[in-house]
Design a protein around this ligand. Sequence first.
Ligand code: PA5
Length: 447
Amino acid sequence: MGIKFDYSYAGLTEAELNNKVGQIQLADKTLKEKTGPGNDFLGWYDYPVAYDKDEYARIKAAAKRIQDSCDAFIVIGIGGSYLGSKAVITALTSTFFNEVPGDKRKAPKVYFAGENISGKYMKDLYELVKDQDICVNVISKSGTTTEPAIAFRFFKELLEKKYGKEGAKDRIFATTDKERGALKFLADQEGYETFVIPDDVGGRYSVYTAVGLLPIAVAGIDIDAFMEGGKSGYEEYAAENLEDNACYQYALYRSCLYNRGKSTEIMVDYEPSLRYFSEWWKQLYGESDGKDGKGLFPASVHFSTDLHSLGQIIQDGPKHIFETVVVVDELEDDMTVSHEESDLDGLNYLENRTMQEINEKAFLGTLLAHVDGGVPNGIIRLSKLDAFHIGKLVYFFEKACGLGGYLLGVNPFDQPGVEAYKKNMFALLHKPGYEELTEALEKRLPQ
Ligand code: PA5
C-alpha cells in the first residue's frame, strides 16, 4: 500500500537477491527477538503501535498551546534530534512555509537552531525572531551535546528577558531522557514541560517519538496520519517473502550492490520538498552502516538542479556509485505550461503539459541515461506526498537500515566514531579534564 520498490534497473539478477532471502529473514528475526548487536536500542521497531498514548496526547496538547501562543517556534537539536522533524516538515508544508502569511499558514513559523556552531547563523536567527512571540523546543537525548546546549543558552536568556522566568518556563519545552542528563535536570529545576526520548530509541530512529512529533504537530501536520503510516509500514514489512516486502527488497538491493563493489549510494529526489528527507536518510544510514571499515557512503543529489552540476560525473565518472530515486506519483500542487503566440523560447510543444509531467520525463530520461552510463538505479515510488506516506517511508528506511546493518555485520544502533571529533574539540577549547590531550593536539595544529 503506497510504497513500491523497483530494482529492475539495478542490473541485479533475481537469483542474486533470492540467494540472500534466508539471511534477511534471519536478520529480521534477530531484530524482532532482540538478540543481535545493539539490541537495547530496538524500541523503534514496534514504536508506531507500542507508543505511549498518554504522552502522545500531551504532545498534541502542547502543540496546540504553542500554535496559540507564538509566531516563531525554535526547534533546537542536532543529528537525530532535528533531522527527522525537519525532513517531515519540509516534505509536507509549503516550500516557503515561513513566508506564507500567518492566516494561511495556521501555525507558527518554524526555525531550527543548535544544528551548527555558526555565530553568524545564531546572530541572524536571534535578530530575526527577537521581537516576535517565541516558543522553544530543546531536544537532546544526552542533554549534554555542545551545539544545542549553546543555542539553548541564547534562547533561554532571550525568553527570560522577554517574558520573565515564570513566563519563559511556559514557552520552553524540553525533549530528553526520562531521568538522566543536564537537560533533564535543568528542565525539572526550571519547571519546563518535558517529553521523553525512550532509553531504547536512538536519536536517528526517534522520529515517531516526541523528538519528531512535537515539531511536526506544531507545523500543523496530521500526526495521527503520520503514525498510521508508521503502523502500516510495521505491519506490511513484517512479510517474510521477498515479493511482498519492499523493505526486504531495498535492503537486499543495497547489500548486493555493495558486494559487487559499489561504495556509494546516492539518494536522488526530484522534489525540493524531499531535500531534507535525503538529509535524514544520510544520517540514518551513515551512522548505522559506517563501522569497522565497512558501509556504503550515503550521498544525495537534488534533480533536476544537480543534473547541471553533478550530472556529468554521475554519467561519465568513476563507477563506484548507484542511485536510489524517490519519486512521488501524485502531487497536489502543479502548474501547466501556457501557449505563447511568438514562441520565441520554443516551448509551445509543451503547451498544456504540467510541470509534474515534464519532471517525470526528466526522471525517466535521466534513469535510462545513467543506467546506460553504468550506474545501477533503484526506484522508490511513493503514491502520494502526505503524512501517511511519509510516516510509512520513515519506517521503510528505518527497518531496511536495521536489516542492512545486520547483513553487513555491524551494530546499526551505535555511533562510536562520532565521539572522536568531540574529544578533540573539548581539548582544543580547554575543557577541564582534557589537559593531556590539549597538549598533544596543540602540537599538531596548522601553524
Ligand atoms: O543518532 C544519534 O544518536 C545522533 O545523531 C544524535 O541524535 C545526535 O548526536 C544528538 O544527540 P543528543 O540528542 O544526545 O543531543
